[in-house]
Design a binder for this molecule. Structure first.
Ligand code: THU
Length: 304
């Protein structure tokens, strides 16, 4: 049997979702190693843990008495495995708590933040550093390049990514409301003067802004929701890759935005039955229904 070129040891000490996290980090490992053009055989360990453990690790090995987002240990530095045909890259330890805080701060998904931290740690293990400015520039540039091309992987259903579209989270809802208002500003509505703003939030953290775009031949108007969904679909963001669709309209204060029938049909195609649709009123209050609730007994490809 052929020996594995890239060995990977993974441990989830958070109890979050060992299987899903392992898959994401393993893919990231293979992707990053290939991106850097690593040749030969390597082994790497990666652990996801919490703030209290990473604080202990920082205390023991780095004389730092606080949690950090990621710690990496390059075993090569210790002169180990010099003769070994398998190079041990070392270990990357990520704190889920700090990752979560940072994801929230930057308003992106946990999966994206963890991918970022992994790549950062991985580059350290490959000799990159950010002590002097020049080095740092090189490292961060590469880090972003890897992260951006790893794009597809944000769709990994890492359990806690749902935290970042937690409807109980006031801050999150406020920022979502801001986004739909921003989208609404772009409406092209010379005929109705009724502005609609919509946002598709992808699970990978990307946002697709849409507005209604009218036409002198009235029925050709494209609704805000469809503009947002089509923009997302262009990037392959459909169905499970979509976290939610949100919208706001110019309806009177007390009314929540309500998508038209055509948009509901498009939702049935491009979202899933359970994708939440957040319907804002002008004053920022909202109502949330799933696609299926908005379009019961829907006609889909399954009916054909
Ligand atoms: N419109 C939307 O953009 N979304 C809806 O869900 C309802 C209607 C637009 C279409 C048209 O530009 C204007 O609102 C008035 O119908």
């Amino acid at each position: 049997m052929a020996k594995k070129r890239l060995e990977f040891y993974f441990e989830d000490r958070t109890g979050l979702n060992e299987k899903k996290l392992r898959k994401m980090f393993k893919d990231l490992y293979l992707f990053t190693a290939n991106y850097l053009g690593l040749e030969g055989r390597y082994t790497l360990s990666c652990t996801v843990t919490d703030d209290s453990e990473i604080k202990r690790i920082n205390n023991s090995y780095r004389h730092i008495d606080k949690p950090t987002d990621v710690v990496s240990f390059a075993y090569q530095d210790l002169g180990e495995n010099i003769e070994s045909p398998i190079k041990d890259l070392g270990e990357i330890v990520i704190s889920i708590d700090t990752a979560q805080k940072q994801a929230k701060e930057f308003n992106h998904l946990l999966a994206r933040e963890m991918a970022f931290l992994f790549i950062h740690g991985f580059l350290h293990l490959n000799g990159y550093d950010h002590i002097d400015e020049k080095e740092a520039e090189k490292m961060f540039e590469l880090q972003n390049a890897v992260l951006n091309s790893f794009d597809a992987s944000y769709s990994y259903p890492v359990l806690k990514e749902d935290v970042y579209y937690n409807f109980e989270d006031k801050e999150f809802m406020e920022s979502l409301f801001k986004d739909v208002l921003e989208a609404q500003k772009h409406a092209y509505v010379p005929y109705s003067n009724f502005r609609v703003g919509a946002v598709v939030l992808a699970r990978n953290g990307k946002k697709y802004f849409g507005c209604n775009i009218e036409n002198s031949s009235y029925p050709l108007a494209n609704c805000g929701e469809r503009t947002a969904m089509f923009k997302a679909a262009y990037d392959g963001i459909i169905k499970n890759k979509v976290a939610l669709l949100a919208l706001v309209t110019d309806s009177p204060e007390e009314l929540y935005a309500s998508p038209c029938g055509a948009c509901r049909q498009v939702m049935s195609e491009l979202l899933t039955k359970t994708t939440p649709v957040v319907m804002f009123s002008k004053n920022g209050s909202f109502k949330i229904n799933t696609v299926e609730e908005l379009l019961p007994y829907m006609f889909t490809g399954e009916n054909l």
